[in-house]
Design a protein around this ligand. Structure first.
Ligand SMILES: Cc1cc2nc3c(=O)[nH]c(=O)nc-3n(C[C@H](O)[C@H](O)[C@H](O)COP(=O)(O)OP(=O)(O)OC[C@H]3O[C@@H](n4cnc5c(N)ncnc54)[C@H](O)[C@@H]3O)c2cc1C
Length: 416
């Protein structure tokens, strides 16, 4: 029998976008998430929609960077040594996934889901169902200070252009026309006009208000267990209640692996912590920009400018590493003239955990062990960008429709 009610575990962008498409199909939806504030990955991210990001994070370059960074907690990618078994298992799978063949095979899949998702964001925006929200399509500038980084990115751009995506290679003079006030060390940029940006702190509450108006219930409780019978989840359990489950969508981001253990499922995910600094004042930033060497993402959001970045694999914890916040501030000041980030602004930095799978691809689909469990998690660096596509694909699975694209590469059981 087809389910009528869906329980979604996790109210980040994946949970909310799944709910968005599921209510359109007439399902009765509840989102269970203990969080009531605006913290975490779905609020602190850079807001990019990224058809240009075609490479998975699982590649040999990241392994080299990870090994080097183990002794330097201020480097853009920091891997804290740990004997945690899940972490060691994840690292091994990451190492095995990071082959040139896998990277190459994942490129069209990552590109296609990004394009699908950007189109869906555009539909969502144009529908005005949530009123107006920022969807800025001026693109992202990849700024470089070394010819090595510029040449490599130019090759990526050529590849995207050949695939029909809008990108152009800018020398310093052309770049100055778009983004004045750059430090003299910036040599040029690739302008990915195919990319866009949004303001997560604007869209997250708008989505919630919209969903509530459509009858979605937000339950502020923590899922701690399940009752299941053979291949079927019967109840989702919180300290306060047992919820009867017809179908369950797992969208608990970095916490998904721990929760899935209650079902004896092993789905490797590590938290990839990143930070953001927000400046509520005039800044030189006109365009979204990524610093190719320092790996920071800068976004002119609605009402403020966001400086975000760094990837820290150190488990799930609430530790704010000041040296990492400092690194984002310093890199930003070294790219724009007349930019100084104050101590107060740095002290107000926040972090979020990206849910990173070992091959950098999300888990989207149905687990073979449970007939009523759907996965929408593990989106790593692209979870904001890929959320509408993920939600749409989950709704298609639950209504037995042909999916908008092949989801084989995202199979939740691929590491088993
Ligand atoms: C600094 C930074 C910059 C980024 N920039 C970008 C970007 O520009 N573009 C992009 O596409 N992506 C970006 N990302 C990645 C993106 O933010 C994440 O991939 C995405 O937000 C993950 O969404 P999620 O819903 O899966 O997880 P989350 O937002 O983490 O939501 C998971 C939810 O599950 C809840 N939960 C946890 N445990 C339980 C439980 N036991 N029971 C119930 N609920 C539970 C949590 O409270 C949380 O609300 C960035 C991330 C960071 C940190």
């Amino acid at each position: 029998m087809n389910p009528k009610s869906i329980l979604i575990i996790g109210g980040g962008i994946q949970g909310r976008c799944a709910a968005y498409y599921l209510v359109k199909e007439g399902f009765n939806v509840k989102i269970i998430d203990p969080k009531t504030d605006d913290t975490g990955a779905s609020y602190v991210n850079a807001g990019y929609l990224t058809p240009s990001h075609i490479f998975s994070i699982a590649n040999k370059g990241m392994i080299k960077k990870g090994l080097r960074s183990m002794f330097n907690s201020s480097s853009p990618f920091y891997l804290k040594p740990s004997l945690d078994l899940d972490f060691i298992d994840w690292l091994w799978k990451f190492y095995q996934s990071a082959t040139p063949g896998n990277v190459e095979r994942s490129i069209p899949v990552i590109r296609d889901i990004n394009i699908l998702s950007k189109d869906l964001y555009t539909d969502m925006h144009n529908s005005m169902e949530m009123g107006n929200f920022q969807l800025d399509e001026s693109g992202v500038l990849m700024l470089y200070k070394t010819n090595k980084a510029g040449d490599h990115e130019a090759e990526v751009a050529q590849r995207l252009i050949a695939d029909g995506l809008a990108a152009s290679i800018l020398n310093r003079q052309q770049l100055d026309q778009l983004q004045p006030d750059l430090n003299e060390e910036v040599l040029g940029a690739i302008h990915y006009k195919c990319d866009a940006h949004t303001t997560p702190t604007e869209l997250m509450p708008k989505l919630k208000t919209y969903l509530e108006s459509k009858g979605v219930e937000f339950i502020h409780e923590e899922v701690i267990d399940f009752r299941y019978d053979g291949s079927s989840i019967k109840e989702v359990i919180t300290p306060q209640n047992n919820y009867a489950a017809e179908a369950v969508v797992m969208a608990a981001g970095s916490w998904s692996q721990g929760i899935l253990k209650k079902l004896k499922l092993h789905m490797p995910i590590q938290a990839g912590k990143g930070y953001r600094i927000d400046l509520y004042r005039e800044t030189p930033v006109k365009y979204s920009a990524i610093f190719l060497e320092a790996k920071c993402a800068i976004t002119p959001m609605k009402g403020f400018t966001r400086f975000a970045g760094t990837m820290e694999l150190s488990g799930i914890n609430n530790k704010v590493r000041k040296e990492r916040v400092e690194a984002i501030a310093k890199a930003s000041e070294n790219h724009y003239n007349n930019l100084k980030i104050t101590e107060e602004e740095k002290n107000a930095a926040r972090f979020g955990n990206r849910p990173v799978s070992p091959d950098g691809l999300p888990y989207i689909g149905k687990s073979k062990d449970f007939d009523n469990l759907y996965l929408a998690t593990g989106h790593a660096m692209m979870g904001w960008s890929l959320a509408p596509a993920t939600g749409k694909l989950i709704s298609e699975l639950l209504t037995n429709k042909k999916t908008s694209m092949s989801i084989e590469a995202f199979h939740p059981d691929r590491f088993r």
